[in-house]
Design a protein around this ligand. Structure first.
Ligand code: HEM
Length: 525
């Protein structure tokens, strides 16, 4: 009886399936998905430790903690891998060399995307550049063009503009001996001129001032708070005003660079045959990039295509990547050395010893200036100009037993890592001699306790150029001049606080009084 009942129930069950083949397919699928969901080992994994957030808004009340110093403080409480949730977005902060190795080496490909907010996406022509493009074939192409054409050693060496601009800076300082010099403004102007000339080949100061204004507005917009970045469905709240500002900023850049691109196209048309060789020798970055633009249009090069938007966005990368980073490091190096007079003396003695005081420093002298190089390395450890490396996960992954969701914004804290007490003795002290010892960490990107230029696929392509500009400028400023703090200020009174933005420059500009140090009159070679 019971068996007959069971058989009847089974018959009914099969009849339902026969009547509905759709159910026949979907039900097992649903069962499979449910089993997979509940047995997926990652589902049970926790997020990395972090402060508890509120429903919906998560940790948004801690927005002001998303700086290199704020995150370093939180890392002391929660560890080297920290999780925060801002609205709908997951944030992960990496603050120890071990965790940096995990994300920049072991799982490099998962962490190689770049996070970009709405403003960055719009202002980079929908990420048409290298710095904000996600990792993939397009980024590889942009990186290849940039490395081949803009950052190669051959090109770095041909950047006579570094020499000319450093000479001009030394001349300016010579005219101000005995007077206060704003070192911050001086070196910002130096690096801005170098990069501007390298990019556009022009020295027009009128154009530069306009361009600097455009860059400043871009910089503000890159970092501006926009609720839509955290709650996409709330974008309408101040979208109109914000979007108008974005559109105005991009129009100004278009107006500026389109004219330069058109001029370069005209120049190219007027150059032919033999002249072309001379032109190639002093080609600026727009010339180099335009070559790909033209080749593509002629149909002779199908490998790399560059649109106008690509060219504009890459030029912005170089401007942002190369100006403030180098300028703020020169200023920090001068400040740290003035704060430690015995270290300053060692660097200046080395300059007197290896170069002498009868001529200025030449490029070939740099190799001999070991202690100066150590002082610059130490400056980059204490003050990495890009303190937070901003990456994004391409897919969900697991680090150290913690779940990291796809599209998490990952902030690798180069500042906190450079001060990690397990990797550095007396981490807060300025001690260039630590880089003298055999096996001391190097910039190469394989020593994860020291990553001022990043590491792995997204590491800085302008490193060689940046280091060269840094060493050459600091060597000149310390070789040609002695420096005193103004108004009898003691070295210990020097304010060493920093600001947080895309870079971390000094909060107050370094002011000092130069006196001429060479035993010969200044002859610029
Ligand atoms: C003191 C000098 C410099 C320092 C410390 C520095 C540091 C860095 C760092 C930390 C990154 C990000 C790495 C990452 O996300 O993992 C980076 C990326 C970049 N840097 Fe530099 N940089 C310097 C100079 C320069 C110069 C002179 C240029 C160009 C002329 C430049 C162009 C770039 C570009 C285009 C990127 C983006 C690369 C990509 O996303 O693929 N940098 N830099």
């Amino acid at each position: 009886m019971l068996l007959r009942g069971k058989a009847a129930a089974m018959d009914n069950f099969l009849q339902i399936f026969q009547a509905s083949p759709f159910l026949f397919v979907t039900l097992p699928l649903l069962v499979f998905i449910t089993i997979f969901f509940f047995t997926n080992p990652r589902r049970k994994l926790p997020y990395p430790p972090g402060p508890k957030g509120y429903p919906i808004i998560g940790n948004m009340m801690m927005m002001d903690q998303l700086t290199h110093r704020g995150l370093a403080r939180l890392a002391k409480l929660y560890g080297g891998l920290l999780h925060l949730k801002m609205g709908a977005v997951h944030f992960v902060a990496v603050s120890t060399p071990e965790m940096a190795r995990e994300v920049l080496q072991v799982q490099d490909s998962v962490f190689a995307n770049r996070s970009a907010n709405i403003a960055i996406t719009y202002l980079t022509y929908d990420r048409a550049d290298m710095a904000f493009a996600n990792y993939g074939p397009f980024w590889r192409q942009m990186r290849k063009v940039s490395v081949m054409k803009l950052f190669s050693r051959r090109r770095a060496e041909s950047w006579a503009s570094i020499h000319e601009e450093v000479d001009a800076t030394v001349k300016t300082v010579t005219e101000r001996t005995g007077l206060e010099v704003n070192i911050g403004e001086l070196v910002f102007s130096l690096t801005k001129n170098v990069i501007y000339r390298a990019a556009f080949g022009s020295v027009s100061h009128e154009g530069q001032d306009e361009f600097v204004k455009i860059m400043q507005e871009f910089s503000k917009l890159f970092g501006a708070f926009n609720i839509a970045d955290f709650f996409p469905w709330l974008g309408w709240i101040h979208a109109q005003a914000f979007n108008k500002r974005l559109a105005r900023a991009r129009e100004s850049l278009d107006g500026f660079i389109d004219i330069i691109i058109d001029e370069h196209i005209e120049k190219k048309k007027n150059v032919n045959g033999e002249d072309e060789k001379d032109e190639a020798a002093d080609a600026d970055m727009v010339d180099e990039l335009m070559a790909f633009y033209n080749e593509d249009r002629d149909g002779t090069n199908n490998l790399i295509k560059l649109t106008r938007d690509n060219i504009k966005a890459i030029i912005m990368d170089v401007m942002f990547g190369g100006t403030e980073t180098v300028a703020s490091t020169i200023e920090w190096a001068m400040a740290e050395l003035m704060k430690s007079p015995e270290e300053l003396q060692k660097v200046q003695e080395e300059l007197a010893d290896k170069v002498g005081l009868n001529r200025v420093v030449h490029e070939s002298d740099l190799e001999k200036l070991t202690y100066l190089k150590c002082a610059i390395k130490e400056t980059l450890r204490l003050h990495p100009p890009i303190p937070l490396l901003l990456h994004e996960t391409a897919e969900e992954t697991v680090v150290s037993g913690y779940k990291i969701p796809a599209k998490s914004r990952v902030m690798i804290n180069a500042y906190a890592i450079g001060q990690d007490p397990s990797a550095w003795e007396d981490p807060a002290e300025f001690k260039p001699s630590r880089f003298l010892r055999e096996g001391a960490p190097d910039f190469k990107g394989t020593d994860f306790e020291y990553i001022p230029f990043g590491s792995g696929r997204r590491s800085c392509p302008g490193m060689q150029l940046g280091l060269y500009a840094l060493e050459f400028s600091v060597a000149h400023l310390l070789h040609c001049f002695n420096w005193e703090l103004p108004n009898g200020m003691k070295a210990t009174e020097l304010d060493m606080s920093d600001m947080f933005g895309l870079t971390a420059p000094r909060a107050s500009r370094l002011i000092a009084v130069p006196s001429y140090r060479l035993s010969c009159p200044l002859t610029i070679v």
